[in-house]
Design a protein around this ligand. Structure first.
Ligand code: BT5
Length: 325
């Protein structure tokens, strides 16, 4: 943890205030250095009062994503979130994570951006990601899985994301295969898994996630209003993006630990319990191909098993699913 992250943690732990001397001892730095760090935190938007009787007291936290703040909230994790980068604006966080991967970064790195100018979905579709309205981030993994089992990671991401949303907001989020999180039938979050692999070996995987947090209805472009929603629209109030981001990283870390421990079946069970797709009649579009059938199950690799109208069982690893009424 960085010094700033430790200061933020110490201030949060003592809402009544903590003295400069105590902070200096805890951190092994001088009182002057503590003062300088607190000034930096004030610049970043933290309101820190100072007084002779209470020392330093945190009275307000910014609605900004800050790597130090996220570290201070995260607590012990195995892999995901051990390095965190935050950009004010970038084209796509997946591109930054991809570059970090090529430069040899270790797995677990997470890249956030306050806004993206070229946020993307699958097949080059656009992902709307305006400043401070949501969480736009990507993580780098180097899993020991063959390329055909990578769908497990999309399943894992959806499961962890849904659980974090439910824990923090209490809203009933559901998963739509393969990569959407829905509330009330509308999309609240999407996942973009990008793979770099050789024939039988995965080099790395970038998992990009977009979560609509504090959008109002009018913040959405008109064409998205019928199909998209946000946590704010669904609950009627705003959420701390930092708190939600922390919960998501913790849940992702927990599920990645399950996958690394060969417990994908447990993740898949949870996925199935919260899936809006299974047992439903669906249409799957794969490029120009269109299949109708009943979404029966998820297989061991995370692919969707579709019982077609002709009675065949088709194994689907990608595509767009429309739920039929
Ligand atoms: C996805 O694609 O759902 C994956 C979205 C992943 C976005 C994250 S943000 C951080 C990281 N960096 C990136 O550049 N991307 C990732 P797909 O299933 O193809 O859905 C895309 C479709 O969702 C679009 O064609 C729109 O119809 C709709 N859409 C676009 N922006 C949206 C939003 N903010 N909320 C809900 N729906 C949206």
């Amino acid at each position: 943890m960085t010094t700033d992250a430790k200061i933020i943690s110490a201030l949060r732990a003592s809402p009544g205030g903590v003295s400069g001397a105590e902070l200096a001892t805890q951190l092994g730095i001088s009182r002057a250095a503590v003062w300088a760090r607190i000034e930096e935190l004030r610049q970043a938007g933290f309101h820190v009062e100072a007084g002779p009787h209470f020392g330093y007291r945190l009275t307000e936290e910014p609605d900004a994503l800050l790597a130090d703040d996220l570290f201070s909230r995260l607590g012990p994790i195995q892999v995901i979130g051990r390095d965190i980068h935050v950009f004010q604006e970038t084209a796509s966080t997946n591109d930054i994570a991809e570059k970090l991967a090529r430069d040899g970064a270790r797995e677990g790195v997470v890249v956030f951006a306050e806004s993206q100018t070229k946020g993307r979905g699958r097949l080059g579709r656009k992902w709307v990601s305006p400043g401070r309205k949501g969480l736009w981030f990507s993580l780098l993994l180097r899993p020991e899985l063959p390329p055909q089992e990578i769908t497990q990671l999309t399943v894992m991401s959806a499961t962890a994301l849904r659980r974090a949303i439910q824990k923090v907001t209490g809203l009933p989020a559901q998963i739509k295969w393969p990569n959407d999180i829905l509330i009330g039938g509308k999309k609240i979050a999407g996942i973009l898994t990008e793979l770099s692999a050789e024939v039988d070996r995965v080099r790395h995987v970038i998992i990009g996630m977009g979560v609509n947090v504090n959008f109002t209805t009018s913040d959405f472009p008109a064409e998205l209003r019928p199909i998209a929603t946000s946590l704010r629209v669904e609950s009627g109030h705003e959420f701390s993006r930092a708190e939600l981001a922390t919960a998501i990283l913790q849940e992702l870390d927990a599920d990645y630990t399950r996958i690394r421990g060969h417990k994908f079946a447990a993740v898949a069970d949870e996925w199935e319990r919260h899936c809006a797709t299974l047992g439903r009649n669906v249409t799957v579009h794969i490029g120009d191909r269109k299949l109708h059938g009943c979404a029966e199950a998820l297989d061991d690799d995370g692919a969707l098993l579709l019982r077609t109208e002709h009675g065949h069982l088709e194994r689907i690893i990608g595509g767009d699913v429309t739920l039929e009424k």
